[in-house]
Design a protein around this ligand. Structure first.
Ligand code: 13P
Ligand code: SF4
Length: 301
């Protein structure tokens, strides 16, 4: 039996479900029960009622959200080092300071945050629903973190004032995209549509035809009649895009756009995690209880 077959057998024996983010390695996406963006994976983790265990092939904050929403299931993160650097850019102290300066502004946090921060906010959002979440609030001035690019994008879409916390939170992988690279690719593929993630800079967003979460980007490519696409997000998404659209061409706007943390999950690590039931994601209940409210409020929107 090869490693993939061993994983599939073990998964059955242990009543486990494997969830994988759109940026995971191709071989991980191929053995997963479900591949999706961060909101879809959170939802799936809750819907899988019969699962005893969830193997979350992604990064820390996504597995933490699953653990918060599923206190009765064992949530495993195959590699403990798989941490989202943007989530590390916001601290509880920073949120408290911002709240003290703007006492009337609600706090909205992107799910790319640690559980301790989620426990401090009014509502969470993902890139798929950030605009709707902000529109759902009465306030016109809102504290928003940690992604300052997403904050700017949502502010443009809603006309509301979003105060970024911290001032310049960003994703190191999406920062690599430059509009000049898109222009060169456009010369080679003149009819191509440019689809990007809202974590990209405003310069990148301004040369795009579509902006959306990773799964919304996949949906756009599937439904479009266009044959060529220039992609402004992490390279792992190309596997799903090519698999779902065999007759279409996908060009990464910058070849080096790799999230090293997303690549830490390998078949080997996933197999060991499942066999030894490690690493179990644990969130202290006092924090989980508050963070759960912020996540559940998001689901209501
Ligand atoms: P999505 O929710 O769009 O999949 O994004 C998560 C992420 O980390 C993007 O870098
Ligand atoms: Fe975090 Fe960026 Fe990696 Fe997404 S791509 S997990 S935001 S570092």
């Amino acid at each position: 039996m090869d490693l993939s077959q061993k994983i599939l057998q073990l998964k059955k024996e242990k009543k486990a479900v494997i969830l994988a983010h759109n940026y995971q390695r191709p071989e991980i996406q191929d053995i997963a029960d479900y591949v999706g963006d961060s909101i879809e994976l959170s939802r799936k983790a809750v819907e899988e009622k019969d699962a005893k265990m969830i193997v979350f092939s992604a990064v820390d904050f996504m597995a933490e959200s699953a653990a918060i929403l599923n206190p009765d299931k064992k949530v495993l993160l195959p590699c403990l080092g798989a941490r989202c650097p943007m989530a590390q850019m916001l601290t509880v102290d920073e949120i408290k300071r911002a709240k003290a300066q703007h006492p009337n502004a609600p706090v909205v946090l992107y799910v790319n945050t640690l559980a301790s921060c989620k426990a401090q906010c009014d509502i969470c959002c993902t890139s798929a629903n950030a605009v709707e979440v902000i529109k759902s609030l009465e306030a016109d001035t809102i504290l928003f973190g940690p992604d300052s690019n997403l904050a700017q994008y949502v502010s443009e879409k809603t006309g509301k004032t979003l105060i970024p916390i911290p001032q310049n939170g960003f994703c190191p992988t999406h920062l690599l995209f430059q509009p000049e690279d898109v222009r060169v690719l456009k010369m080679q593929h003149p009819g191509a549509k440019v689809i990007v993630h809202p974590e990209c800079s405003s310069e990148m967003r301004s040369v795009s035809d579509f902006i959306g979460s990773t799964s919304k980007m996949c949906r756009y490519a599937k439904e479009s009649d266009t044959k060529d696409f220039i992609i402004g997000t992490e390279e792992g998404i190309l596997h799903r895009l090519r698999k779902e659209n065999p007759g279409k061409n996908f060009y990464l706007a910058y070849e080096g756009a790799v999230c090293p943390n997303m690549k830490l999950t390998t078949l080997d690590r996933l197999y060991t995690a499942l066999k030894d039931e490690k690493h179990v994601v644990r969130v202290p209940e006092a924090i989980a209880k508050k963070a759960r409210c912020s996540l559940e409020r998001m689901f209501q929107v």
